[in-house]
Design a protein around this ligand. Structure first.
Ligand SMILES: [Zn+2]
Length: 225
């Protein structure tokens, strides 16, 4: 069995959605400075780094990260779709539908933009480079599949320009159950999908921090090959 970690390591200088508060690591105790041990104070944001969006993110009545049924954190029928290079464009139903089967529970999408995560932060966050999920793909996933999780290698499932200019996020709203309480899809953003392209993924574990009543959580995503 091989395990691949699909989360980018959390670092204070990682790329993040423009305007998000910065991640901070503050040394509290330090063996080098003569303390008994090393400890660190963390400033994390629920939507920086590789993270889960719980339905609570866009839906006040939606479930929070700590109240999601833990069954949903383990995916057993995972499909990885490589749509690269797909910079600055919508991912449509036609890009994904051939890969999804009746039992598919997690869809991982590789657009290629994450190749810039570590090497060219400005290129990664540029709105002109960030892909998004189209309305036809989102409606297809909600209405015609049993997918319960979607992981993308970009930072927002919505079109960022549209979100900033019009303050609407139809894809987040749909996946967070704003239109139908009975059907939601958990969203994972900034997922490092590249290591599992062309791999047979047996399972994916995606377990958030138990942040009481909160809207999202940075998390470690692990794929079992
Ligand atoms: Zn998010």
């Amino acid at each position: 069995m091989t395990l691949e970690i699909l989360s980018f390591p959390i670092r204070p200088d990682n790329p993040s959605y423009p305007g998000n508060p910065a991640t901070k690591f503050e040394e509290i105790l330090s063996i080098k400075r003569g303390d008994l041990n090393n400890t660190t104070l963390l400033t994390l944001y629920t939507h920086n780094d590789t993270h889960m969006d719980a339905p609570r993110h866009f839906n006040n009545k939606g479930v929070s990260v700590d109240n999601i049924n833990p069954e949903k954190f383990i995916y057993r029928n995972v499909r990885v779709v490589d749509v690269s290079p797909s910079l600055g464009r919508a991912i449509h139903k036609r890009d994904i539908c051939d890969y999804i089967k009746e039992d598919t529970d997690l869809l991982l999408i590789y657009s290629g933009v994450s190749q810039y995560w570590e090497t060219a932060k400005e290129k990664f966050i540029a709105a002109d480079n960030q892909p998004w999920i189209s309305a036809d793909a989102a409606e297809y996933l909600i209405n015609e599949t049993n997918v319960s999780g979607i992981g993308v290698d970009f930072m927002c499932v919505d079109n960022i320009k549209n979100l900033v200019e019009n303050r609407t996020a139809p894809i987040h709203s749909l996946f967070c159950g704003l239109n139908s309480a009975s059907r939601t899809i958990l969203i994972y953003e900034n997922v490092n999908v590249r290591p599992v392209i062309n791999e047979k993924v047996q399972k994916v574990y995606a377990i958030p921090l138990m942040l009481a009543d909160l809207d999202g959580s940075p998390l470690t995503v692990v794929a079992e090959l």
